[in-house]
Design a binder for this molecule. Structure first.
Ligand code: MUC
Ligand code: MG
Length: 369
């Protein structure tokens, strides 16, 4: 039986403003879920999103309310704390709510893996790597500041791949900004851009041509989620990798996008996929369709980040690496021991379950509402 299920909103300042086409973040609100079984095993999950309702259809407040009003009564009504039966009951009784579902599933898998005495990755099919590459997002909004930030990251061997958030200025201004950074960092450093759906197809044609000629490696979600046809036309037209991010909302959308050849790379996100198991299904579909993989983030704190790392460690193809830098963007990690980022990679923990220990005193101090 489930003894206690708690949803906590925790607000943490970012180390600098993080500017994206959809929002500028000065703080991040983590949505944490703590599940305790009647025999005392504790599992954690996370359902963090970006910019309130700016990025997706679930906000921190709606996730908390829906977990408290619908998930918890349903889970407490079940006769046993059984992983598969709980997930089946949630699937049958609750529509949508992918972020909330992901947080609950993460906590249940954490409990399950701890009971088996195995790292979470082994419950998901087994890890193929003990560490994964992590890029950094340059999003200060200022070209010189971004170059200085990137140079610092290269020097400290923390990141050697960079993603730039563009789409809030004109195509020409954005291209100028991106290519100035590419030139300053040199040919060996991979630069990608994320439009967060900001471009029309016409703007995308103009912008992608210039960015491809300037040596940029990847264009993320140039057009809106409603415009799979434009994404498909751009994928066909350009050699540069075109990645689906917001368009990917779980296995059904992965199947639809793969059939339409609407991307050459998928950004897999555990919350957008609706869970860790569903993320593995998205990856499998991509693999069958010959689509490359990238491990995405909703700028989660350590729980969502490490859950994602366990998932991504199992992918056969992780051609474009990951962006699991969320905890590094925050001024506080809320862990007893910090995550290990070294040599441009994040180490996937090997202790049973998720393999991290939360600092509940720190969490209590940062809780709000
Ligand atoms: C997104 O759309 O990729 C990931 C990194 C970042 O800076 O924002 C997120 C969302
Ligand atoms: Mg994106």
């Amino acid at each position: 039986m489930y003894k206690n299920i708690e949803t906590l909103l925790v607000q943490i300042p970012t180390i600098r403003p993080h500017r994206m086409a959809v929002a500028t973040m000065h703080t991040q609100t983590l949505v944490l879920v703590k599940v305790t079984t009647d025999d005392g095993v504790v599992g954690w999950g996370e359902a963090t999103t970006i910019g309130g309702l700016g990025y997706g259809a679930e906000s921190p407040e709606s996730i908390k309310a829906n977990i408290e009003s619908y998930f918890i009564p349903l889970m407490k009504s079940l006769p046993a704390a059984n992983l598969a039966q709980t997930l089946q009951a949630i699937k049958k009784n609750i529509q949508g709510n992918r972020f909330a579902k992901c947080a609950i599933q993460t906590a249940l898998l954490d409990i399950h893996a701890q009971r088996l005495g195995l790292p979470l990755s082994e419950v998901l099919g087994g890890r193929l790597r003990d560490s994964i590459p992590v890029l950094w997002v340059l999003a200060s909004g200022d070209t010189e500041k971004d170059i200085a930030e990137a140079q610092q990251m290269l020097k400290s061997k923390r990141h050697n791949i960079f993603k730039l958030k563009i789409g809030s200025r004109t195509v020409e201004e954005d291209v100028e900004h991106v290519l100035a950074i590419k030139q300053a960092l040199g040919a060996d450093v991979s630069i990608r851009v994320d439009l967060n759906q900001a471009w029309t197809e016409l703007e995308a044609n103009k912008g992608i041509q210039l960015l491809q000629a300037g040596g940029i490696d990847l264009i993320e979600q140039p057009c809106t989620t409603e415009n799979d046809e434009a994404m498909a036309r751009l994928t066909r037209k350009f050699d540069i990798a075109i990645m689906a991010d917001e368009s990917l909302t779980g296995p059904e959308s992965a199947y639809r996008l793969a059939k339409a050849h609407a991307a050459s790379v998928f950004a897999v996100k555990i919350a957008q996929s609706g869970g860790l198991l569903e993320s593995c299904e998205v990856a499998r579909l991509a693999q069958l369709a010959g689509i490359d993989l990238y491990g995405g983030t909703m700028l989660e704190g350590p729980v969502g980040t490490i859950a994602s790392a366990h998932v991504f460690s199992t992918f056969e193809n992780l051609a474009y690496g990951t962006e699991l830098f969320g905890p590094l963007l925050l001024t506080e990690q809320i862990l007893k021991a910090p995550l290990q980022y070294e040599n441009f990679e994040l180490i996937v923990p090997s202790a049973p379950g998720m393999g991290i220990e939360l600092d509940e005193n720190k969490i209590d101090n940062l809780r709000f509402k």
